[in-house]
Design a protein around this ligand. Structure first.
Ligand code: PEP
Ligand code: MG
Length: 324
């Protein structure tokens, strides 16, 4: 059984009708990267950098960050590694916390905090530009709602480039910059972002939370927290279509991409790049290799036309079972 799982994990993620999917790993701490690299994933689709902040009393300096990012990039030699800038706030807090807020998930967090604390943000950006020398590192911004946030970040990156050049340390000045699509505003108006970003990555955890107004961490609401709501599926289809029309890669890096039934739905919505928990790689590949993309597309169309998440989920489950 272990051998079968191992073989599956290392197999190529191609559907029965020949559609190739890219499966990358989610990495939360650098120490996970060795396991991630041997999991059968092709690179990192989401490296969260909150480990550098959460539970610590002071922020890490540029050297410590440079070493952490370099470690991950080297573990995935020759493969894409997407590193997300600080997504601090909401459920991810440093020691001492943040100023009290009535609604932390709608509060001063992630890219908002980084742009307000630009010196702190620039330490991270410089470390990323330096680590990019070692491989295909890409930078991703969390919780974006407007293209202004991307433009402000690009301005800070160009300042970082000048600073690094003056210090004469090796760095790259052409690191791709992408955004998480995890707010309804970014998703609905993703066409306003296409000229300023290099890729999209759908964060289903927050996108579901904000679209359905359901706290992602509230156990009493767990049954209501579902990516199968037709509104969620339809919006993801729209993001995928807009990205494709403008030559922008669209990946999915939320938990949804690690769940077999949701993988079937995402495949059907046209998504071809998933970033998943390393332990889920084999299971995700099992679904991809077991189905036809054409059948998934049909099922996704039908799911989007359903009235409720429950109906969509039942329908998808039935179609998936018939296909496997
Ligand atoms: C998401 O929101 O889907 C996501 C991948 O980011 P996080 O879970 O870290 O908020
Ligand atoms: Mg998120």
């Amino acid at each position: 059984r272990a051998d079968v799982i191992r073989e599956l994990a290392l197999s190529e993620p191609v559907t029965r009708d020949g559609v190739r999917v890219v499966i990358r790993a989610n990495v939360d701490i650098p120490e996970e990267s060795d396991y991630g690299a041997s999991s059968g994933a092709e690179g990192v689709g989401l490296m969260r950098t909150e480990f550098l902040v959460v539970g610590r009393a002071s922020m890490p300096d540029e050297e410590e960050q440079y070493r952490a990012y370099t470690r991950v990039v080297k573990a995935f030699a020759g493969q894409t590694v997407i590193i997300r800038t600080y997504d601090v706030g909401g459920d991810k807090l440093p020691v001492g916390g943040f100023p009290h807020e009535a609604n932390p998930f709608l509060g001063w967090r992630a890219i908002r905090m980084c742009l307000d604390e630009s010196e702190l943000f620039k330490v991270q950006l410089r470390a990323l530009l330096r680590a990019a020398v070692h491989g295909d590192l890409r930078i991703m911004l969390p919780l974006v709602v407007t293209v202004d946030e991307v433009r402000e970040t690009r301005q800070l990156i160009s300042e970082c480039i000048d600073e690094l050049a003056a210090r004469r340390v090796p760095f790259r000045d052409d690191v791709p910059l992408g955004v998480m699509i995890e707010t309804p505003a970014a998703a609905v108006a993703c066409d306003t972002l296409v000229r300023d970003v290099d890729f999209f990555s759908i964060g289903s955890n927050d996108l579901v939370q904000y679209m359905l107004a359901v706290d992602r961490g509230n156990a009493n609401l767990a049954p209501r927290f579902t990516p199968f709501h037709p509104a969620v599926l339809r919006l993801m289809a729209q993001v995928q279509a807009t990205g494709a029309a403008h030559g922008i890669d669209v990946c999915v890096c939320g938990e949804m991409a690690s769940q077999p039934l949701a993988v079937f739905a995402l495949l059907g919505l046209g998504l071809r790049q998933l970033s998943v928990a390393p332990r889920a790689v084999a299971d995700v590949k099992r679904i991809i290799r077991g189905v036809r993309a054409e059948v998934a597309a049909d099922a996704a169309q039908a799911a989007m036309a359903c009235s409720t998440a429950r109906e969509a989920e039942v329908l998808l489950r039935r179609r998936l079972r018939a296909e496997l």
